[in-house]
Design a protein around this ligand. Structure first.
Ligand code: MN
Length: 338
């Protein structure tokens, strides 16, 4: 069978890998159908993901069909369509005991710390699986995981219909965050310095857009928030300056959520946080958000498929990675078909 392997930074290939013939009595074998390419896959490819080890089968946004089930299992059947939660945790540490297994001390994420979903077949424990409706499009299914990230960010920011929200960054995650905020009834402005990304965000439901650094920026922000500032700012751009900006534009009693893994420091004074009594929250991966997101899709509250702009067969993985790296106009989410 074939697997997408990053053997070392800069080298990605579709390689032969042994088919997982045997499965444990509590495992299933999944025939992978689709996998999304994520910014973090690009970081693994470029050697800039602080958590990755090599060689690595990448892919943490994937879905497939159960091909075989272990002898002890009764709740999953051959032919079931499933999406995979790529995160596994110890269940014992403080974070796990607090229901925050996404920040477990010995966290393992498929496609990062251990081999992931960009391979034709994979064996998995049922704890990683969530059933999806069999009529759900496979490319939409691959987008469920990125929407768990958006679900987490909006729940960390306690976004409600009362809130005026700013999302910084209109890439796939920022746009997914915007979509979830809108679904929750909030008033949402999205910021990005790429006009075509802003146009897309507007089409997908953003109430307003802004290009930071352009002359009318302050006027737009002040008008949108009635000079109050944003009740919630979610930073999905994640450079030192956007985190500084997020603190500056949040209203008193507001919340700031960062999704960043950027090791560089931001320049933020205590005064800015204390005088407004801001809550500043990190948001990493998700805590059990798959059932919620699958529910939203089933109820047609969100349509993750709206983010898919490009798709490739697995045999064209090098071409796909090159395209995502070049980030041409109009690109949002790229999905690989197996
Ligand atoms: Mn991802």
């Amino acid at each position: 069978m074939k697997a997408v392997v990053v053997s070392k930074p800069g080298i990605i290939k579709l390689e032969n890998k042994e088919y997982p013939e045997t499965i444990e009595s509590t495992e299933v074998r999944v025939k992978v159908k689709t996998a999304g390419i994520c910014g973090s896959d690009m970081h693994i490819y470029r050697g800039t993901n602080p958590f990755a080890t090599y060689p690595r089968v990448i892919g943490h946004e994937f879905a497939g069909e159960i091909e075989d089930v272990g002898s002890d299992l009764t709740d999953f059947q051959i032919g079931d369509h499933v999406v995979i939660d790529p995160v596994s945790s110890c269940g014992l540490c403080y974070a796990c005991r607090s229901g925050r297994q996404n920040v477990c001390e010995i966290l393992a994420v498929m496609g990062v710390h251990v081999d992931g979903g960009m391979q034709e077949y994979i064996t998995l424990p049922t704890s990683a699986l969530h059933k999806i409706p069999s009529h759900l499009n496979w490319e939409v299914a691959a987008l469920i995981e990125p929407f768990t990230i958006a679900a987490q960010a909006t729940s960390r920011g306690r976004v409600t219909s009362e809130d005026t929200v700013c999302v910084i960054g209109a890439g796939p995650i920022g746009t997914a965050v915007m979509i979830v905020c809108k679904m929750k009834g909030a008033k949402v402005l999205i910021a990005d310095n790429n006009t075509s990304r802003l146009d897309r965000a507007k089409k997908l439901g953003a109430d307003a857009v802004v290009n930071p650094g352009k002359p009318r920026e302050h006027e737009i922000l002040n008008h949108f928030t009635n000079h109050e500032g944003f009740n919630v700012v979610i930073d999905a751009a994640c450079v030192p300056e956007t985190f500084e900006k997020a603190i500056a534009i949040t209203s008193p009693a507001g919340r700031v959520v960062t999704l960043g893994l950027n090791p560089k420091s931001s320049n933020i004074a205590q005064l800015e946080i204390t005088k407004k009594e801001l809550d500043i929250m990190g948001s990493r991966l998700h805590t059990n958000k798959f059932p919620e997101v699958i529910g939203w899709i089933s109820e047609k509250l969100i349509n993750p498929g709206c983010l898919v702009t490009h798709h490739f067969e697995a045999t064209k993985i090098e071409k796909a990675i090159r395209l995502v790296g070049e980030a041409p106009e109009g690109l949002c989410k790229t999905v690989i078909n197996f």
